[in-house]
Design a protein around this ligand. Sequence first.
Ligand code: GLN
Length: 447
Amino acid sequence: AYLERIQALEPTLHSFLTVTGDRALEQAAAVDRQIAAGETIGLLSGIPLAIKDNLCTYGVRTTCASKMLADFVPPYESTVTAKLHQAGAVMLGKTNLDEFAMGSSTENSAFGLTANPWNVECVPGGSSGGSAAAVAAGECAAALGSDTGGSIRQPASFCGVVGLKPTYGLVSRYGLVAYASSLDQIGPLAPTVTDAAILLGAIAGHDPRDATSLKVPVPDYTQALRPDLKGLRVGVIQETVSEGLQPEVKTAIEAALQTLKELGATLKELSCPRFAYGLPTYYIIAPSEASANLARYDGVNFGFRVEGAADLLEMYTQTRAQGFGAEVKRRIMIGTYALSAGYYDAYYLRAQKVRTLIKEDFANAFEQVDVLICPTSPTTAFKAGEKTADPLSMYLSDLMTIPINLAGLPGLSLPCGFDATGLPIGLQLIGNVLQEETLFRVAYAYE
Ligand code: GLN
């Protein structure tokens, strides 16, 4: 049924870069055989999922939506997809994204746009736009995305689904193509909070193959799903609700706060004075790390290589000039500049110091409350093409999600209403380190 739906909707949506239909049917048939033989089946047995195309899948093309990796077939499997496979899940295919996860609209894909299922003239958000659109349109039961500065939560918000960026280190990134390693995390996009909780439980946990992976037990997140919020202290970040919001977003957030109060939570207005410095800080740190991570695409080890270069240097430069898109090049240049000897102290080092201050703001806030609330994005989904000429206005759509990555905290976006044109609005819940259960509890009670 899902494959039929994909076939019917893909000409309009283009959520997928690769559909692995035959493989999915084989996996599903194997589950049928297990059931017929009376064997116990896995938690996710037969559940059809979509996977963002920056997660390596053995034998299945993994492009990062880049010409550079257009024909790259990984010789290994990422830890998260291996875990899903072990739990019995069926992979329907690989979803579209901004090239190397750099973007907020999926318009930076080298392989074309993905449409927002709620209004096909609008973007689905990004960079996990393909995963969010696929979930919203019912092309899969749930999906995986990655989030470096908002790439799970912002598309979840634009497409009206639930999206979670876990605590840094909770989910292994082994086999995730690196963008900015001190920020990247993998997480679920799903139609409901319960689905997201089940999926996180399936992919979380320590992995010796990711040096940043935390050695902590993985709880059964579904145990946290209770319908009331008695005794829960909710903080509202003042800096995020005061100005610059689309009026309907502001109204929806205020209504959501009222609902949380009725469910038994106590509300407190809080200040995170350095929250707004997240965006400029991120656009030094993330490109710096990206410039180092993307140095490996030199035409030798992976993917694309130009034909007919006169010498080695020309082969490198031409491969990178032709293989990368404009946004990726922009970030490599920003990062290389920020890390260069004469500017390191003024940019990179300063950004790292501001990052520490942002973390302190959150630490102070979590001495007073259990969960923080703000909009996921200042606006609802925008029209395709509207922001492509102005990178700065595009970057602004992650204003509210980026500080959470800088602090390594978990953040969850869930639908909280619609604007006048019928586009979904997202509410963001922010938790302290490893407080995913609190986020699920609040989200479940609200949902
Ligand atoms: N939109 C942000 C960026 O362009 C975040 C991307 C992400 O989280 N991967 O970098």
